[in-house]
Write a protein that binds this ligand. Structure first.
Ligand SMILES: Nc1ncnc2c1ncn2[C@@H]1O[C@H](COP(=O)(O)OP(=O)(O)O)[C@@H](O)[C@H]1O
Ligand SMILES: [Mg+2]
Length: 257
């Protein structure tokens, strides 16, 4: 069963067609990757799927429901959670607090509860703290729980973003170039974490620039080029695909922008 399905999803920015009739089906439980050169339209695709950008035409279905015109916060509440290409942590908060904020997406409450603090609310707060701690352990950051998130080295900030996204208990996790700016060792660690997340039952849709990483961990890969999907298949099929080699694998990459 497809957890996410886009049909002819299109985005125009004035004269530019950033996504041109993209058909994509992400099977439930899969680790799916979208690759393509800079400017191919990968982030635009994510932004439409997660409700941050409205589409020009086409449709998006998630978990059996048409979400094409559903607002971003409702899509997130349904279990579709994204990270951003550039690190976006909450400043002035500790590492643990950043994850706790993510947890609150998946809990009930509101102002009244936080003022009057009934027993169930205190129990929930405790659960949030425990869950945040487990997630920090999961990504290897529990030793830094009380540190100001901004003081973490860049590579660990990226891991914190993944932990925060997981705090919302997503059904579908969208990761936009999570390995950008990481060194080889950090990339290895991240790849392992993404695989663990997927093995524990979360469907993952990953945008990546690092083709070696993607062909190693993804079950299936779609390739975008100039806003079009030019190929889709298993990592083996993608590595052997002539158009992909011409459009992407053969091209020298110079930046991660
Ligand atoms: N908000 C925007 N307004 C105008 N053009 C945009 C906007 N966002 C992206 N684009 C353009 O759309 C194309 C695809 O961008 P993007 O989706 O960011 O590509 P990728 O993530 O694959 O590098 C690029 O040509 C980019 O300049
Ligand atoms: Mg991008």
């Amino acid at each position: 069963m497809a957890l996410l399905r886009t049909k002819e999803l299109t985005k125009r920015f004035d004269g530019l067609v950033a996504n041109n009739a993209i058909d994509l089906e992400v099977p439930q439980g899969s680790l799916f990757a979208v690759i393509g050169p800079n400017g191919a339209g990968k982030t635009t695709f994510f932004s439409m799927v997660s409700g941050f950008l409205s589409s020009t035409s086409g449709s998006i279905e998630f978990d059996g429901r048409d979400i094409t015109r559903v607002p971003q916060h409702e899509i997130a509440a349904m279990g579709l959670v994204r990270t951003f290409q550039l690190v976006q942590l909450f400043k002035g908060m500790s590492v643990a607090e950043n994850v706790e904020v993510g947890c609150h997406l998946a809990t009930k409450g509101g102002v009244a509860a936080s003022l009057f603090r009934p027993a169930w609310f205190r129990k929930q707060e405790l659960e949030v703290r425990e869950r945040a701690h487990e997630l920090l352990e999961f990504v290897g950051l529990s030793a830094h729980a009380d540190l100001d998130a901004e003081l973490l080295p860049y590579g660990q900030q990226r891991l914190l973003e993944v932990a925060r996204a997981m705090a919302a208990k997503p059904k579908l996790l969208l990761l936009d170039e999570p390995a950008a700016g990481l060194n080889t060792q950090e990339t290895e660690g991240l790849a392992h974490i993404i695989q663990k997340i997927n093995a524990q039952g979360t469907t993952v849709l990953l945008i990546e620039h690092d083709v070696a990483l993607v062909t190693r961990i993804a079950h299936r890969i779609a390739v975008l080029d100039f806003g079009r999907k030019i190929a889709e298949g298993t990592p083996e099929e993608i590595k052997a695909h002539p158009e992909v080699i011409a459009a992407y694998l053969g091209v020298e990459e110079t930046s991660n922008a």
